[in-house]
Structure formats: C-alpha cells, structure tokens
Design a protein around this ligand. Structure first.
Ligand code: SF4
Length: 377
C-alpha cells in the first residue's frame, strides 16, 4: 500500500471507496478549480452521505417519472434488435444496410456485481471486431468499458458502442430530453457529451492496451433524443474533442493529488464513523469544520452535478462570497471576493485599492443608475 493510498484512506475512514462512474468523471470537468471536490473524489468519499449527515442533501436530480420515461425511450430505440437505432445510424453515419447487426450483452454476467464478466465479453467483442476482416457486427448494446482513474480501474456503461463504420468506433448516448425545432437544451447536451467523453477515453485505453491505433475511436458522439416531445427519435453527431481534452487534463490532475493533500491540516478526516447499523456517529459540527479546511469554489452550476452543492452554497452565502452569484458575475468582479466589498465599493463607503479603481467606478455608476430608477419608480 502506498503512502498516498494511506493518506486517502485516512481521509475516508474505514469504509470502501466509492467508485467513479461516467457522471462523476464528467463532473470533474465542470468545476476543475474546486480542491474540495478533487480531494473527496480522489479518496472515494461518499459526498452524498456527508451532505445528508450535515442536513443539506441535494434533491433528486430527476423525478421517478422522468427516470421511467427515459428508460421507456431507451427501450423503444433499442427494441427489435436495435431496428430504430440502426435506422438513425444509417441516417447520420451512412451505415450501409448489409452491415447492420446487433449484439446485446445485457444478459452476460448478471450474477457478477463487479461487472468484470461483462467487461471481459465487451473487450473480446471489440477486439474481435477490430481484427475481423468481415464487417458483420455493428452495434454493441449494454457494453462495459474500463478506465483507469488515479491508478484504479473504473467500470463504465455506455448506452451503445457502434462500430465497424469505416473501421471507426462511435459512442452512442440515448437521452430522453427533447429536441424541439432542431434545438436541444445546450446544458443537457453539454452534460451528455462530457459523459460520452469518458466512454471515448475508456475505449481508447482498451485499444491502446493492445497496441491498436486510438484514432479508431471517433471524437464524434451520436446523441439520440426524442423529437418535438414525441416518442419519435432523432440523432445528431456532436464533436466531443474539447470535452475529451478537458477530461484527460482533469484525470491527469487526479493522479497528482499529493500537493492538495499537503495543504490539509494534519489528522484531518471525513470519516462518518458509522455504527454497526451503518449510521454515521460523527459530530456534524466537527465534520463541517473538517470540510471547511478544504477550499471549495462554489458556483450555481454545482447544483447540477455535485452532491455537496447545498452544503457549499450555504457556506458561500454565510461568507458573503461572490461565487454564489455565478461565474459571469465572479469574472466581471475579478479580484473582489466578497459581496460586502462589492456593495461598499459601489456606495463609496470603501476606498478602492489602485487595482480596483476601474471596477469601483463601474460599480458606482451601476449603483447611481439603480438609485435613480428606484426613486423615479
Ligand atoms: S458543490 Fe462544493 S465540492 Fe462540489 S464542486 Fe461545487 S464547490 Fe466543489
């Protein structure tokens, strides 16, 4: 066991590390400046359990109705041997009809909670496809890929890997948010593409381990979504190159976690000290203090991807941090960390430092306009 692992284990306490999945990996790229998240993720700490113990859990991201309707849409697209999906792939990738074939791994290794068996089948199917001279297999449904994260294998489950299209693999993601008049919610599309980027990296890692050219995995991902709130599916090709690059950067940072650990006070731990029934016994006040010794970088978008969002938001509000106002305001007020400072510069009760003079003038102008508008209303 390495010294690094010992330090991470001490942060987590005597419970198994919580593994990554494609969503948590994708989240790494959304707020890369947050040391708190980087440390907790590296140690495999259950952030949701911490938030619950501190009385600030994140509400469920999706209702059970939305989850059910997402599952129904996915089943519909994959029904009849992936008939609808193949039709869409022919449309967007020009997949020739005779090459259409569908391999479903859903029933492979169902007794194996570790997913190793399904991963082994996936690996064999993919390598057979690369080495085969016949283009017989086209779609691999319910595959399991493996990605090395901070030295440990993480299993990931893409919706589909589509392959043998001019010898190039594509990741297909099936999402239940609608495309209306050709437009889908940009934030949801970005989240889906970031998730697909994790699958692209995992597939490339597999090929690389066999000395096969990683360019056989496309940077283009195929998003399949309902059209205009109907059950009719539509597909789009989206370039994931930037997301792949950004996720690669974040993963390399995870393996250099030691400098962040060095900033922590000695003997700090996020151990919830579970009792025999797995109920946390840790004093919430002590836990909150431990958390505050790590630097957070809250932004309102944290609510979409991080289990600690409500903990960090309340902390940022108590500190009067500019961060709660969002990244646009934070960038506009670069160099000012607190809302009180901005307010005092705007009403002239605080003398600006030389590097704040332009910003103070802009704030005072905004304050004067706001006062005039209020008085004339
Ligand atoms: S919610 Fe907190 S821990 Fe999570 S990314 Fe945002 S600031 Fe970091």
């Amino acid at each position: 066991m390495s010294l690094l692992n010992d330090r991470l284990d001490a942060l987590r306490g005597p419970v198994p590390a919580k593994g990554h999945d494609a969503r948590t990996l994708a989240a790494l790229t959304t707020n890369p400046g947050c040391t708190r998240r980087a440390l907790l993720d590296a140690a495999g700490i259950d952030k949701d359990a911490i938030a619950v113990h501190l009385g600030k859990p994140r509400p469920l991201a999706k209702s059970s109705l939305a989850l059910r309707s997402g599952a129904v849409f996915e089943q519909q697209v994959k029904a009849d041997g992936g008939a609808e999906l193949l039709r869409l792939l022919r449309e967007v990738l020009g997949l020739p009809l005779p090459e259409a074939a569908h391999t479903d791994l859903a029933n492979v290794g169902t007794q194996d909670a570790s997913l190793q068996v399904r991963h082994a089948y996936t690996r064999t199917a993919i390598l057979e496809a690369v080495r085969s001279t016949s283009p017989a297999r086209t779609l691999l449904d319910h595959p399991i890929l493996q990605l090395t994260v901070a030295g440990n294998p993480v299993y990931l489950e893409p919706d589909v890997v589509a392959f043998q299209i001019d010898g190039v693999f594509h990741i297909v993601e099936i999402k239940s948010f609608a495309v209306v008049d050709g437009q889908a919610d940009p934030a949801k599309v970005a989240a889906a593409v970031t998730q697909a980027a994790a699958y692209i990296l995992a597939l490339r890692e597999l090929l690389d381990s066999e000395g096969i050219d990683q360019n056989k995995v496309s940077d283009d991902v195929i998003l399949v979504m309902p059209r205009n709130f109907s059950r009719r599916a539509t597909a789009s090709v989206v370039d994931a190159r930037k997301k792949v690059a950004s996720l690669t950067r974040q993963l390399s940072r995870l393996t250099r976690i030691e400098p962040l650990l060095d900033t922590l006070p000695p003997h700090i731990t996020f151990d919830l000290a579970p009792d025999q029934d797995n109920r946390p016994t840790r004093d919430p006040k002590a836990l909150a203090e431990a958390l505050q010794s790590t630097a957070a970088r809250y932004t309102p978008t944290c609510r979409h991807f991080c289990d600690l969002a409500y903990v960090c938001r309340s902390e940022a509000r108590e500190e009067g941090s500019i961060d709660v106002l969002g990244t646009a305001v934070r960038d506009d007020l670069g160099g000012i960390d607190h809302i009180t400072t901005a307010l005092r510069l705007s009403d002239g009760t605080r003398e600006p430092s030389p590097d704040q003079s332009d910003l103070a003038a802009a704030l005072q102008h905004a304050h004067a306009v706001h006062t005039q508008l209020r008085e004339s209303a």
